[in-house]
Design a protein around this ligand. Structure first.
Ligand code: SF4
Ligand code: SF4
Length: 121
């Protein structure tokens, strides 16, 4: 089974995803990834752009236009979950850690409160 590359803060975005996003292509693709992850594949916590970014209009020449901002989100998620970039684990283990260590603790805003989608998450 394919190992998905998922950047850490996308563990939160996927938890809130309800079909909104930067473009039609992007949201359709993100929906597909969310469905695939339901099958609980292994994921590698990407240090940089991932399988979701691949269809984002803000991904230019393989890098995010907001790279500093999102890299900071990734670092905070990794630290709160006790993980490191490059770690490989089952999706549901990562999803569970994000829920338990961040979302259930009300820490989401402290990670990404300045994101443009903040009011939707
Ligand atoms: S506010 Fe932005 S970064 Fe945070 S979970 Fe929502 S979409 Fe993701
Ligand atoms: S905004 Fe950046 S981190 Fe978010 S999906 Fe697009 S390229 Fe990836």
């Amino acid at each position: 089974m394919k190992i998905y590359r998922i950047r850490a803060h996308h563990g939160m975005c996927l938890a809130f995803f309800q079909g909104n996003g930067y473009s039609e292509e992007f949201t359709e693709h993100m929906g597909k990834i969310k469905q695939e992850l339901e099958k609980n594949p292994r994921v590698r916590l990407a240090d940089g752009t991932d399988d979701i970014c691949a269809h984002c209009p803000h991904c230019v020449y393989g890098a995010c236009r907001s790279t500093e901002k999102v890299a900071a989100y990734d670092r905070k998620v990794l630290a709160l979950c006790g993980l490191e970039a490059g770690a490989e684990l089952k999706w549901k283990v990562f999803e569970g850690l994000v829920k338990k260590k961040i979302l259930d603790q009300g820490k989401r805003k402290a990670v990404c409160g300045d994101c443009q989608w903040d009011s939707l998450c």
